[in-house]
Write a protein that binds this ligand. Structure first.
Ligand code: SF4
Length: 440
């Protein structure tokens, strides 16, 4: 007969430990931060080893097959822990969990909970049942001790249905959080020590379309810009079709809003853009970039590109390379196409480009971009830049400039959360190094 192993955790003697493992985008990081905060309010403490944890959460991503495979193998590796004396609660969270979890239950029978993105209640119920902690209805998932730069989701889901993307199927349709709720959350984060917020969403530019008063991202930026103690505001990800003049004007005029925009282009070839259902041509994208650059001088731009999408000929690929060379982004995230089950591309198109060719194209773009980023950053040498110090890593302070350049410097003072001026002495394609001259 199957023997049930029950572990009673005495909170007086031994607090329950949780371990959260996160892959994927910043939305997942934000969800994990919020889970951690809620678990701590239930009296749990963090563990960096799943073998010592009573609650294990894997926060998953399905954007590419490779990432999904990593999650599956990590989850498989936890199997033996289930029969250990600790008998941890094992939860799979995030985008791997769709509306129906039956196939996941069959595939990972040692997993106790399957939590869709932002779904916290079942986890908290299971933990309170296990630990005996009181599940107060007012448990807030807001981090008690937020990072210097805190992540704040403002809109969940996406309505765009780009043909390669699985997000609308996993995270559902767009749901914006009320403006006042976000503003009061940001005020609370600032009171708890955050200096910067990054507003998150799969498409932040369509923020508010589904709310009764239809506020938009520009309205939200204006509201947050008034919060005392908040030094910087960032947002991502934007969609070229939804980036309004009003939003560009807000970024240009509001002093706390960082002049940095992540604007995924995905490809530089019009037939590919159409097959991806992106809704713009490469010319329209170029015009938008021109408009942004003339309204916001010195703006930094980053983008996302997919290589190896079905039908991407060498000529089409070269058009993407040309677009990157012409626009000269500060940063390019390049991904090799991977068909995701259920998407339009997976159902109706092939995947004819061999992996080694996809890899070659990715490497070509990486090399082109490295050169561009090297040149852009070299112009910053000798300048004095304002850096918000985020943390100390391996003896060096690490922070970012307003235009999102990563900066490292050594300094004996305690500078976490401070704005400092850094004289830039060395630059690479990826980061800057220098000396902090003074605190602001
Ligand atoms: S805009 Fe397109 S790529 Fe971005 S989340 Fe929505 S469907 Fe996916």
């Amino acid at each position: 007969m199957h023997k049930q192993v029950t572990v009673k955790i005495d909170l007086e003697e031994k607090l329950a430990r949780y371990y959260i493992w996160t892959v994927g985008c910043q939305m997942n990081e934000a969800d994990s931060e919020r889970m951690a905060s809620a678990l701590e309010q239930l009296g749990c403490i963090p563990s960096d080893d799943p073998r010592n944890a009573d609650i294990i959460v894997l926060n998953s991503c399905v954007v590419r097959q490779g990432v999904e495979d990593r999650v599956a193998s990590k989850l498989d590796s936890l199997k033996s822990l289930k029969s250990s004396p600790r008998n941890p609660i094992i939860a799979l969270a995030g985008c791997m969990v769709g509306p129906k979890a039956d196939h996941l239950k069959e595939r990972f029978p040692h997993t106790d909970l399957f939590l869709r993105p932002q779904e916290l209640t079942y986890l908290l119920e299971a933990v309170s049942e296990r630990t005996g902690a009181c599940l107060d209805a007012h448990i807030l998932s807001l981090p008690f001790k937020p990072q210097v730069s805190a992540l704040v989701p403002i809109i969940h889901g996406c309505n765009k249905f780009c043909t390669f993307c699985v997000i609308p199927y996993r995270r559902g349709r767009e749901r914006s959080r009320p403006l006042e709720e976000i503003a009061s959350e940001v005020r609370a984060l600032v009171k708890r020590g955050a200096k910067e917020v990054t507003l998150l969403g799969q498409n932040v530019d369509s923020y508010g379309n589904d709310l009764p008063e239809e506020p938009d991202l520009a309205d939200l930026l204006h509201e947050l810009n008034r919060i005392e103690g908040l030094l910087r505001i960032r947002f991502l990800t934007s969609h070229p079709n939804d980036m309004s003049d009003k939003l560009i004007e807000a970024v240009a005029s509001l002093d706390r809003v960082c002049k940095h925009i992540n604007l995924p282009v995905q490809a530089g070839d019009d037939a590919l853009l159409k097959a991806m259902r992106r809704g713009y041509t490469s010319e329209e994208y170029r015009i938008l970039v021109g408009k942004i650059r003339s309204a916001i001088p010195h703006v930094s731009l980053s983008t996302d590109v997919i290589v190896g999408f079905p039908g991407e000929s060498e000529e089409a690929f070269q058009r993407t390379v040309s677009l990157l060379e012409d626009i000269r982004f500060d940063k390019v995230h390049v991904a090799m196409y991977s068909p995701r089950p259920g998407t339009i591309a997976q159902r109706t198109m092939g995947d004819e480009i061999p992996p080694e060719e996809k890899r070659r194209r990715r490497e070509v773009i990486e090399a082109v971009q490295e050169h561009i980023a090297y040149e852009i950053n070299a112009h910053l040498q000798g300048q004095q830049l304002e850096v918000l110090v985020e943390d100390k890593v391996k003896g060096k302070w690490q922070g970012r400039t307003r235009i999102n350049k990563l900066v490292f410097f050594e300094d004996k003072r305690e500078l976490k959360g401070e704005l400092v001026k850094v004289d830039v002495e060395q630059t690479t394609a990826w980061s800057l190094r220098g000396t902090a001259t003074q605190q602001k």
